[in-house]
Design a protein around this ligand. Structure first.
Ligand SMILES: Cc1ncc(C[n+]2csc(CCOP(=O)(O)OP(=O)(O)O)c2C)c(N)n1
Ligand SMILES: [Mg+2]
Length: 374
């Protein structure tokens, strides 16, 4: 297995990759069993299919909002080497992460539809997390999860647990103070955490050049004494290979690590965004060439681990699987109207009680007039 030595400028300015966009090996091929390779592929396909369904359900008015994942599926490589007991603080654009951690498509859809089985009981939109899978829901303020995750990793070290923490965030989050506080603390106290910055070049309409003049985000990690590397984030093999080494080192040596995952968001920021207002069609078309699933499929086919018809069959299988899961999730009852009031305090204070009453009356009035709550 790859060992991670001390940083060089080449690591924070160069790009670590194993396969190119044609699926050809351009780096040192790591030893990974065929079954792990196939599970990487299947998780990426599952994330893609689920992403397509969430988009459809949003357009049908069933899901309030969705943050498209297309193009960023290679994140599955970063989480696969973790143990189930490790803690993950994902971003809101990480369907592959939720799946690898063990959430099923149906559980994810229950959340997206806020039905009776929603594990987060109607709390904020487009946020996924689940205590059952040691996965903390993403806070809505961008990057807030970074110091939380560092604190948890510090506690792990303090308690001498053999565990690590992984936190995902976008390039835009590196402009928040939380990124800097988190990295500094992790560097000074040497905590077992892996930072994964999903650098997809855009923070809604703000391009990376307007976030920082640093030559790379890995370079900024290095400034805090955190070993860092820039990885081709559309190359799932490179992501897996680096994450595996970083996780093992964090577990043994209690050292933090930052992976700058160079990727691209092929869809809109969320379903409430129109990217044609700030970036060109040509840019997206050009970036489609580097898309992670197609290139990994080519690699697997060349290697003889997968055939094109098997790949087709996998896509179809998960498409009907998600369709069935969506039917079940759509058939469940919605959450009761007062759920939002019950999940804030352990007992409801008088002012919230009043609001709940007003809300109930408003619903009754709407009911009398035959109006529907969407
Ligand atoms: C503190 C804060 N400021 C602004 C927003 C609005 N907002 C939501 S996502 C986002 C962009 C984040 O970009 P990035 O961190 O690169 O993640 P990406 O969406 O590209 O995955 C912004 C500005 C917010 N949620 N929180
Ligand atoms: Mg971004």
């Amino acid at each position: 297995m790859r060992s991670i030595d001390k940083n060089t400028l080449e690591k924070v300015l160069g790009i670590y990759r194993i396969i190119d966009e044609e699926g050809k090996i351009v780096g040192e091929e790591p030893k990974i069993s065929d079954s792990i390779l196939m599970s990487m592929y299947e998780y990426m396909v599952r994330a893609r299919v689920l992403d397509e369904w969430l988009l459809k359900l949003q357009r049908l008015g069933k899901v309030a909002i969705h943050a498209p994942n297309k193009g960023q599926e290679a994140i599955v490589g970063a989480v696969l080497p973790l143990k189930p007991e490790d803690w993950v603080f994902p971003s809101y654009r990480d369907l592959g992460v939720y799946l690898v951690r063990g959430m099923s498509e149906e559980e994810i859809l229950d959340r997206a539809l806020y039905n009776e089985d929603d594990p987060l009981r109607g709390s904020d939109f487009a946020i996924y997390g689940n205590r059952k899978y040691n996965m903390v829901p993403t806070p809505v303020p961008v990057g807030n999860q970074i110091p939380h995750a560092v604190g948890v990793a510090y506690a792990m070290k303090y308690r001498r647990d053999d565990l690590v923490t992984m936190v995902m965030f976008g390039d835009g989050a590196t402009s928040r103070g939380d990124f800097h506080a988190g990295l500094n603390f992790a560097g000074v106290y040497q905590v077992p955490i892996i930072f994964v910055c999903e650098n997809n070049r855009w923070a809604i309409s703000v391009p990376l050049e307007k976030q920082t003049r640093s030559p790379s985000i890995a370079f900024r990690g290095l400034a805090y004494g955190v070993d860092s590397i820039r990885v081709d984030g559309n190359d799932v093999l490179a992501m897996y290979d680096i994450a595996r080494a970083a996780i093992e080192r964090a577990r043994k040596e209690k050292e933090p690590f930052l992976i700058e995952m160079l990727t691209y968001r092929l869809g809109s920021h969320t379903t409430a965004d129109d990217p044609s207002r700030y970036r060109s069609e040509e840019e997206v078309k050009e970036m489609m060439r580097y898309e992670p699933i197609k290139r990994f499929r080519k690699y697997l086919v060349d290697k003889g681990v997968l055939t094109e018809s098997e790949a087709e069959e996998i896509y179809k299988r998960y498409s009907s699987y998600v369709e069935e899961a969506a039917k079940r999730a759509l058939n469940k009852s919605p959450l009761p109207y007062d759920v939002f009031f019950h999940n804030v305090y352990s007992s409801i204070p008088w002012n919230l009680e009043m609001q709940m009453e007003e809300f109930r009356e408003a619903l009754e009035t709407m009911d009398r007039f035959g109006l529907e709550v969407e």
